[in-house]
Design a protein around this ligand. Structure first.
Ligand code: SF4
Length: 300
């Protein structure tokens, strides 16, 4: 008897290719919330730890505030640095710059061009990454909980010669920053862990991590150590448990504070509005109290 090799063809409603599991991992539909995928990136973890409500808004793809000029400069630089060739980069850059108001455009163009020149120089100085693999790949691996997938997308993923013909997987992250921050290092280490567990580019050897700082023209090089995996997974497992508890109850706690000032959802957040109101009231009261005190007779 002829074997039916296509299992999906036997299902009453075969899922279209666009929603196959390998493209959109397991989905969960918590009560009263939009469905989201169970993937966890470095940014997801940070957003959740900063404010659960912001994580919920992020995963529900709520409308974000318009990008500020320093963010637009970062976007344009990353876009330009990822372009395949200088001609398409130039055309794309002009198209993006045309969308900016004239006064912001001049400054943005100057900064972006400077940063892209630094990137080109560092690329030429390095020059050892195999071009066909120098790409912005989505790296994936299974998380500490089998229903969850960890994902990372460094700016470049490629194979380099680690000396004496030894192949090394290199992940490169580009930052429009002057000095290396802890979160830049943590982010590239997270990507290193995902690449190492998920055997990115079918590589099972050493993973080299590079953070390129475009404002200072410096590169910081690290090596991913397998020993760090257990500790990292422990922290990730705890975040996943907290996310699942929030999904179960539908309660994502708002954490107001200075983190709100860089939150892209603050324009549409009741908790932020209440926090701002209370803060403004305190400022007003702080100005009033000393005046009242001055009106009191001195205690003897
Ligand atoms: S504005 Fe503040 S409280 Fe509101 S979602 Fe953002 S970080 Fe959370």
């Amino acid at each position: 008897m002829k074997q039916d090799t296509d299992m999906r063809a036997r299902l009453p409603n075969p899922p279209p290719d666009s929603i196959r599991k390998d493209q959109h991992p397991v989905q969960v539909t918590p009560p009263g919330l939009k469905p989201w995928d169970r993937t966890l990136s470095f940014s997801d973890i940070n957003v959740f730890e900063d404010c659960e409500l912001a994580y919920q808004k992020r995963k529900n793809r709520e409308r974000k505030a318009p990008r500020e000029i320093h963010q637009i400069i970062g976007d344009l630089t990353h876009h330009g640095a990822a372009a395949g060739d200088k001609e398409s980069r130039e055309a794309d850059l002009q198209k993006q710059l045309d969308r900016l108001p004239q006064d912001a455009r001049v400054e943005a163009e100057r900064v972006v061009r400077e940063l892209l020149d630094v990137d080109d120089e560092l690329d030429e100085a390095g020059g050892e990454v195999q071009e066909q693999q120098k790409d912005k790949l989505l790296l994936r691996c299974q998380g500490p909980n089998p229903n969850w997938e960890l994902v990372a997308k460094p700016d470049e993923t490629g194979m380099v010669d680690g000396g004496r013909g030894r192949p090394v997987l290199q992940l490169l992250d580009k930052k429009t920053a002057f000095v290396l921050k802890k979160k830049n290092k943590d982010q590239v280490f997270f990507a290193g862990m995902v690449a190492q567990i998920g055997r990115a580019l079918s590589h099972d050897g050493p993973v080299k991590l590079v953070v390129r700082l475009l404002r200072s023209g410096q590169e910081h090089v690290f090596w991913y150590s397998r020993q760090a995996t257990e500790r990292n997974m422990f922290r990730i497992a705890s975040v996943i448990r907290r996310i699942e508890a929030a999904v179960e109850t539908g309660e994502f706690k708002a954490s107001t504070g200075h983190n709100c000032l860089r939150c892209p959802y603050r324009h549409n957040c009741k908790a932020f509005a209440q926090w701002t109101e209370a803060r403004d009231r305190m400022v007003v009261e702080a100005q009033v109290v000393p005046i009242r005190e001055l009106e009191q007779p001195f205690a003897v």
